[in-house]
Design a binder for this molecule. Sequence first.
Ligand code: PBG
Length: 331
Amino acid sequence: MSHGRFPQTRPRRNRHDAWTRRLVAEHRLFVDDLIWPVFVRDGRDILEDVPSMPGVQRATLDRLAAHVAPARNLGIPAVALFPATPAHRKDAEGSESGNPENLICSAARLLKREFPALGLVGDVALDPYTDHGHDGVIRHGYVANDETLAVLTRQAVVQAQAGIDVIAPSDMMDGRVGAIRAALDAAGLIHTRIMSYAAKYASAFYGPFRDAVGSGGALKGDKSTYQMDPANSDEALREVAMDLDEGADMVMVKPGLPYLDIVRRVHERFGVPTFAYQVSGEYAMIMAAVERGWLDHDRAMLESLLAFKRAGAAGVLTYFAPAAARLLREV
Ligand code: PBG
């Protein structure tokens, strides 16, 4: 490939006018690329701020439809639901995760009724439900893989029965995608999609999320016996390959911006719908700088989101979804 030589070739010519810049643009962010994570809490008539995530709130069920309506009206295809489970409903086994009346199932029924065409993503993992904050059950001081699978499959089935369209296992237990697929199929839920958090890293960037769902306080140690080592990249491809073999319809890389190389490799290798999660800490970093006047909110937001598309992502889970959708609709 000839790249041309100066002065015959001047790359700046194509940048001279807005209309040529638009014509030659290789990637574009659309409202259709966005999934909005939404926090649900117990109680009545509360919409409260998450302190470490400026602009992000937790809503009680009676406020949920009004909270989600703007996103639906902006055309955002799907929301991902996360519960702030009250402490008295947590235990060592995460039993509340399988309660068909838990916050997520109740939220799913309500949102499906209000907004039938809005996609609902349900996170499947035990950390919002365990009193120790880990994503699985603990046996002999270790997060036990196979015992956890039984709890996760029940969680997935009750969520799907309540109206969750996409089960998103974020727990990083081995074999969970296959176990969940089998359980969903056995329950006749053959259309329920699985978006696996296939390459999920043991990251420092989940801190604000753990504040939001209240899973960080009691957490001892980190999650590095089940979440991936940030040092690894080939291992992400093996994780993705296994999840696809087990029946994942879509895969996710998480966190987002620090792991764009993984998004790119996964997308190139497998060519399957590959999503990225711009996690709470990434959101918090941008917002903290915005609050100090060090970054421009709209430009930093849109640039960070476009980066995912450039890396090959089909879409992004982002707390910026409503704000980004609002801007994208204006242009
Ligand atoms: C639960 C889960 C976590 C996130 C999504 N699902 C936290 C964790 O694994 O500790 C993090 C999302 C974010 O930081 O925005 N397993």
